[in-house]
Design a protein around this ligand. Structure first.
Ligand SMILES: [Zn+2]
Length: 335
């Protein structure tokens, strides 16, 4: 990994904007590419710019762009589908096989001074939403997609397996979406302590407490309306169906490294559970920004450290330590 001049030769088309990148969040996937050079079928073969969680300022607009102007503060959605694809026509643009996603090889990411981006995937930030929060919209959109797929009803009780950044994002989106309370389970006490700062989130340390027993006690023996899996750790899948209430839902968010895990199918059937899954998100940025601007969702406590671009390599070294006290590290490119 190095910091160096990089020519990307991006031209501003009629429907594009040019953004001076302000803040970029470091994501687990960035760290994974740094450490392993690959995620599943995506292999880094050429030097690639990392980063996909960006906010910044519009410095140039294409002539057909009407909803943005120079000087607007924005968040940029990193996955660009083919607008003519069948998936895009159906509103499932995150599932378009041709999607070009920042920092997923061979597509460069946004840890660079300027990016050219489709205006349709660039969202103006209200004055009361900071650049730091703007760069949190991307991971929060995953929580939003999870909550939307869960089809939460007011007063639902949810369980989230995993108190990492995504687990916490899911819990916050679930609360904003109408859950009365969310139980968040993890092995790491520091992660649970961070999650437990939020009203409505109840932490469970699974090294000390049996989650199924605890949940059944908490719900009068009924179970949770929604069970979100946000670890991808194979053992976590075994009792997902036990945690859910009859007629409830399981939402798969984490991805098992091997691609497979054991689920109790019969228990899913005898409870008529609904099984949902998510892959990134679609049409969640506007909603995420609305919630942040409204004050209903405060992501600021999840920013564990902010560093200048010059210190980027040290930031990745720290992210690769996977400290349980770090939720989100951010890099300021143009401060
Ligand atoms: Zn991310």
């Amino acid at each position: 990994m190095s910091l160096r001049p990089f020519e990307t030769n991006q031209v501003v088309g009629p429907h594009d904007v040019k953004i001076a990148v302000h803040t970029v969040g470091v994501c687990g996937s960035d760290v994974h590419y740094y450490e392993e050079g690959q995620i599943g079928p995506f292999v880094v073969k050429e030097p690639m710019i990392l980063g996909h969680e960006a906010s910044g300022t519009v410095i140039e607009v294409g002539h057909a762009v009407t909803h943005l102007k120079v000087g607007d503060r924005v968040a940029a959605e990193p996955g660009i589908p083919d607008p003519n694809s069948r998936a895009s026509k159906l509103g499932l643009y995150n599932l378009d096989p041709a999607v070009r996603f920042w920092a997923t090889p061979p597509i460069h990411g946004c840890l660079i001074g300027h990016v050219v981006h489709p205006a349709a995937f660039t969202y103006r930030l209200p004055d009361n939403v900071s650049f730091a929060e703007g760069a949190m919209v991307e991971p929060f959109a995953i929580g939003m997609q999870s909550a939307a797929k869960a089809r939460i009803k007011p007063g639902d009780v949810a369980v989230v397996i995993g108190a990492g950044p995504i687990g916490i994002m899911i819990a916050l989106a679930a609360l904003a979406g109408g859950c009365a309370r969310v139980i968040v389970a993890d092995l790491a006490r520091p992660k649970l302590d961070i999650a437990a700062q939020y009203a409505g989130i109840a932490p469970v340390d699974v090294t000390k407490t049996d989650l199924v027993e605890h949940l059944l006690r908490e719900t009068g023996g009924w179970g949770a309306d929604i069970v979100f899996e946000a670890t991808g750790a194979a053992p976590a899948y075994r009792n997902l169906a036990e945690l859910a209430c009859p007629g409830g839902a399981i939402v798969l968010v984490g991805m098992p490294a091997k691609g497979t895990a054991e689920l109790d199918i019969v228990r899913i059937q005898t409870k008529e559970l609904r099984l949902e899954s998510i892959f990134r998100y679609a049409n969640m940025y506007d909603r995420a920004i609305e919630l942040i601007a409204s004050g209903k969702v405060d992501l600021k406590p999840l920013i564990s450290g902010t560093f200048p671009f010059e210190e980027s390599i040290a930031v990745f070294e720290r992210a690769a330590e996977h400290r349980p006290t770090d939720v989100k590290l951010q890099i300021v490119v143009n401060g």
